[in-house]
Design a protein around this ligand. Sequence first.
Ligand code: GDP
Length: 301
Amino acid sequence: MVLAGLGRQLNTALNSFSKASVVDEKTLDALLKEISKALLESDINVKLVGNLRNHVKTRALKEIKEANASTNHQKSKQIVHKAIFDQLVALVDPQEDPYKPTKGKTNIIMAVGLQGAGKTTSCTKLAVHYQKKGFKVALVCADTFRAGAFDQLKQNATKAKIPFYGSYTETDPVAISVAGVQQFKKSKFDVIIVDTSGRHKQEEDLFEEMVMISQAVKPQMTVLVMDGAMGQAAESQASAFKQSSDFGAIIVTKMDGHAKGGGAISAVAATQTPIIFIGTGENLHDIDTFRPRPFVQQLLG
Ligand code: GDP
């Protein structure tokens, strides 16, 4: 995940802090103000930013006191850096292990999310990812709402040489999901990925449809696909999806562009669900595994 703007702002704040001649409550407050501003500008939820600020301040002051480091500025700065690093990691790490498919077993993955979030693209990317790891993978298109969704999935799947299932005539997404999953289960596929409809907003019937598909195919993992450019609305969107589909993982898309990503980070905290992959382009191989610590390391340069 790039988040270049945020990284730059955080670095500027930390650099000017590291040049400070003293480390006291005043310089710490000034640093935290700049860091909070950068996080807010990246669309990270205001409550989360407030919490981060308080945690860093309390912990850093306590540790500086305990280490008798108030006159050792180098040591104090290290303490502050570490507190900030850990809190940024905590923001993107709910400490929940996502489901990991196992070979020789049926692993059903269902993708949910708003229309245009990048579900269909991400489903094929996921399929390619697991295929590269030696899984026998198939795709099911249960998006009967968006015209062209099946053609899109078919095109992607054909390009990636991944078996797929869908229908031009069946309009019931539950019937399609069940038929597709049954067919691939019979043929002993390890990973079966079901792409569902996404409407423009959190419409009631979208949620009902997701619940019905989920009850019918009983996925081992449901993934929320979320646009990285989504701002402050991301948190409530994610919470609404969590209530109805109880997803266990998040894929954040379009992180190759100018997406700030902060909305998705807020969604992690709101739903205590881990990000597993980041979409970094329109190509089927443009998917990166997400790991909280390296992500923050990269962010802080
Ligand atoms: P769906 O309606 O949720 O199924 O969304 P689609 O998979 O059709 O994606 C919507 C648009 O976003 C398409 O033009 C995709 O090529 C594009 N897209 C999806 N993921 C990414 C990504 O990670 N980066 C970029 N740049 N574009 C993406």
